[in-house]
Design a protein around this ligand. Structure first.
Ligand code: ZN
Length: 436
């Protein structure tokens, strides 16, 4: 099959372009894609936001209906070759797998979307179809931000398909796939305690900032937010537990923890990921205090990674943190904030995706989710677009091993999964955008 060969070659070549971020060098991938498209008679443009940091963008005109953006990013996280069985930038094809950094996150989807895009060029489209392969997603999304600020007419579309969902879990009762319809908000904050320095040999004379922080640390660790029924992933959790044969009746806020603990016995990675989707989480990630062995520390700083489901505003979080730290002599400031985002599910794109998935996996279930991490989709949702994370892949083995591969060692994708991804997305896209 020619398409299979195209997909494998393109992915393998993309992996060979080392776009580890930092420093990025995404123009290497953008130039490869520009040439690949040009050989097929399709014009594209590279827009660099810094030297060597290129976004690739191309648009096929439709006849005025809803437009669709196929979004992906070309940068990858770094890889330490000494930990890999095969070199991470080799793009080697072995035993039915394409190996290398980015094989899943997300050069496979770059290849899939690019091939599908190229096949739409001579067809009659309802709305514009846009392909954007952007830079710097792994370190803040400067590539997408630049396009949205300086060239919005190039990239903005009514609908977006991006990474972030589409993972198929093989349960006892068949495949369960998720489609990411929203993202948790990110509110990183820093807590600062102050003391009075004196000689470390007479502790009673000073005020120890680390001692004050120990109370803060204690409270943040003890913070246990209740599971929330109103989170968009609730139904995903319920369906998953039922399909695993763990739950017969309804799930409620009192029994959810116990059921997810049962799931953890089968797959801890999946259970912990679902738990995090259903509530506010606060995780201390960095701590710094003291300047010398024999000086009482006069300042201590704690950084907390706080994530919240859709529905929470910055004001809510401010109140929550103030309450948590009430009575402790400290200050806190937000150092990174992005509110949660959410797209509706009663849309023609959702329908097209579900229809295509069910055709390729007849006994599958599709449920919306809000995955635990963030993607570039949030920038589009904030501008009113409907954005879905849907990179259809069948998870192989247990979820923990799968998930660890993504920013970890020995990342690889089976050719079977690559072709599956292409087939499901192609039909969904055709259904949505083609004039039949
Ligand atoms: Zn990614």
């Amino acid at each position: 099959m020619n398409t299979e060969r195209d997909l494998v070659n393109l992915l393998s070549n993309l992996i060979q372009m080392d776009t580890s971020n930092p420093p990025g060098s995404e123009s290497l991938a953008a130039e490869l894609l520009r040439d690949w498209l040009w050989e097929r008679g399709i014009r594209s443009e590279i827009i660099e936001y810094e030297k060597g940091r290129g976004n690739l963008i191309s648009r096929i005109k439709g006849s005025g209906g809803h437009s669709l953006l196929l979004l992906s990013h070309s940068d990858v996280v770094p890889a330490d070759p000494s930990r890999w069985k095969l070199p991470p930038f080799s793009g080697v094809v072995r035993d039915g797998y394409v190996w290398g950094r980015g094989a899943i996150d997300m050069k496979s989807m770059v290849a899939v979307e690019t091939v599908i895009f190229s096949e739409m060029v001579d067809k009659e489209l309802k709305g514009d179809l846009v392909l954007a392969v952007t830079a710097d997603e792994e370190k803040g999304g400067s590539g997408v931000k630049l396009l949205l600020e300086k060239n919005p007419e190039n990239i903005v579309a009514d609908y977006v398909i991006n990474e972030g969902g589409g993972e198929g879990i093989l349960t006892k009762k068949g495949w369960l796939f998720d489609i990411q319809i929203g993202e948790r908000g990110v509110f990183w904050y820093r807590v600062i305690t102050k003391g009075i320095p004196t000689h470390g040999s007479i502790p009673g004379l000073g005020v120890n900032a680390v001692e004050k922080m120990s109370e803060v640390l204690n409270r943040v660790f003890m913070f246990k937010r209740a599971y929330e029924r109103s989170t968009p992933s609730w139904r995903y959790a319920e369906t998953l537990l039922k399909m695993e044969g763990l739950l017969e009746n309804g799930l409620n806020t009192d029994n959810v923890e116990a059921f997810l603990n049962k799931l953890a016995e089968i797959d801890k990675g999946l259970a912990e990921s679902v738990k995090a989707m259903l509530k506010v989480t606060m995780t201390p990630t960095m701590i710094k205090g003291g300047v010398k062995e024999n000086i009482i520390p006069y300042e201590c700083e704690l950084t907390v990674d706080c994530r919240v489901p859709p529905g929470y505003s910055k004001k809510d979080i401010e109140r929550m943190v103030s309450n948590l730290l009430k009575g402790v002599d400290c200050e806190f400031v937000f150092i990174q904030e992005s509110e949660p985002t959410l797209s509706p599910i009663n849309t023609p794109l959702y329908e097209a995706i579900e229809k295509s998935l069910l055709k390729h996996v007849p006994d599958a279930r599709l449920e919306p989710s809000t995955k635990t991490g963030g993607t570039d989709s949030r920038y589009f949702r904030n501008r009113g677009a409907v954005a879905y994370g849907f990179q259809p892949l069948k998870v192989e083995g247990n979820y923990y091993d799968w998930f660890r591969m993504i920013h970890g060692d020995n990342e690889r994708i089976s050719i079977e999964n690559l072709v599956f991804s292409y087939n499901v997305l192609k039909e969904a896209i055709e259904h949505f955008i083609l004039v039949h």
